[in-house]
Design a binder for this molecule. Structure first.
Ligand code: ADP
Ligand code: MG
Length: 347
């Protein structure tokens, strides 16, 4: 529905593999001193001194992780980078390089790959990371994108998931649930379009939700903010699969429990109004929505004055003893066991 029917189509086979790689990567400028050699040899060469090196990778498959009928390729490229950088920031590190591997079918003209790489390029510029390599191959069906991000962190700054302690505060950045609702809005418009191809999508009133779905940002700013505030989280994770699933990872790996307060969950007004319109429970959406790419972390209570009142950070609960389990405390004051899907209303 967002597709431009008049675009020109250049077959990628006209360029050949090396021509294609060169064409797609020639505008990327190296921005990091740690990149000694980028695209163009058998391997990239990095020199990272006195730091621990972070490596993370994600595979995105058309039809599973994205739908090109409403995901413009430029946005997809940007988002694919964000997904990876978010994992580096969740270790309290700095991202410095990425590799991008793609498998494409001949359904994709050169112009489509150019769009994808425009998004990747913009992400590299905005987040100051270097594209240092990748692989290009053909696919018989859809598009596959694999991005690997490389980052660095001082030994004393790295933050794991398994180090939360009882009485620590549970803190989340930004707000929750918007990306999932953006997807619901786009899915609804797609269905309308399939019934009536002349319909124009009406996305007014959902701009924040759609932006969160199509152009998410990862929280590089939070790593800096925490450094500036002199707060080192006791544990941290990024929220890709939904808040409750990520809280459970922290609790399970740290061998702790938690109380999470329903009334504290940060929700954008568009999330609240769209939940009403779609007859969805906003707490369920905040807990299980996914794709928010915010950071969830724990801090020691002593650090609370340093983060208090910060508009990016919301204290949503605290860590308890493992024997108490992971719970949602509802607005009515009832304790309900958290599950990866949100909460278990039956327990
Ligand atoms: P090899 O045959 O050694 O695998 P390639 O011909 O696949 O080498 O790649 C040549 C160079 O281009 C390498 O530096 C590789 O990392 C880089 N490269 C290949 N595909 C991509 C891509 N899709 N995006 C960015 N760099 C790529
Ligand atoms: Mg190769």
């Amino acid at each position: 529905m967002i597709e431009d029917k008049n675009q020109s189509r250049t077959s990628i086979s006209e360029l050949g593999e090396f021509g294609l790689i060169n064409h797609l990567t020639k505008n990327f400028k190296i921005q990091n001193k740690t990149t000694i050699k980028g695209v163009g040899d058998d391997a990239a060469v990095l020199e990272i001194k006195n730091k621990q090196v972070l490596v993370t990778t994600d595979l995105l498959i058309e039809g599973v992780h994205f739908d090109l009928s409403y995901m413009p390729l430029k946005h997809l490229g940007y988002k694919a980078v964000m997904v990876n950088l978010s994992d580096v920031y969740a270790m309290n590190g700095e991202a410095s390089q990425i590799t991008v591997s793609i498998a494409v079918s001949n359904r994709f003209p050169l112009e489509a790959l150019e769009e994808l790489y425009k998004g990747i390029h913009l992400a590299c510029e905005n987040y100051k990371v270097d594209l240092v390599g990748g692989d290009t191959t053909s696919s018989t069906t859809g598009l596959l994108i694999n991005i690997t991000a490389i980052g660095q962190v001082n030994k004393e700054d790295v933050v794991y998931r398994n180090t939360a302690k009882p009485n620590d505060l549970l803190v989340v950045t930004g707000d929750l649930g918007a990306a999932y609702l953006g997807l619901q809005v786009l899915e609804r418009e797609k269905q309308v379009f399939e019934v009536n191809p002349n319909s124009q999508p009406d996305l007014s009133g959902y701009s924040y939700l759609i932006e969160r779905q199509l152009k998410p940002e990862s929280r590089k700013d939070i790593v800096k903010l925490l450094k500036d505030l002199e707060v080192k989280p006791t544990s941290m994770i990024d929220i890709s699969d939904g808040l409750s699933s990520e809280i459970l990872h922290i609790c399970t790996q740290s061998k702790v429990g938690c109380d999470l307060y329903e009334e504290k969950l940060p929700l954008d007004p568009q999330v609240i109004s769209t939940c009403e319109e779609f007859d969805l429970n906003s707490t369920t959406i905040a807990l299980s929505g996914g794709e928010d790419y915010e950071l969830l972390f724990t801090i020691s209570q002593e650090d609370f004055p340093k983060i208090k009142g910060n508009p990016h950070l919301t204290v949503i609960g605290h860590i308890t003893d493992e024997s108490l389990g992971a719970n949602l405390v509802t607005r009515a004051g009832q304790k309900i066991k958290l599950t990866a899907q949100g909460w278990n209303a039956l327990s």
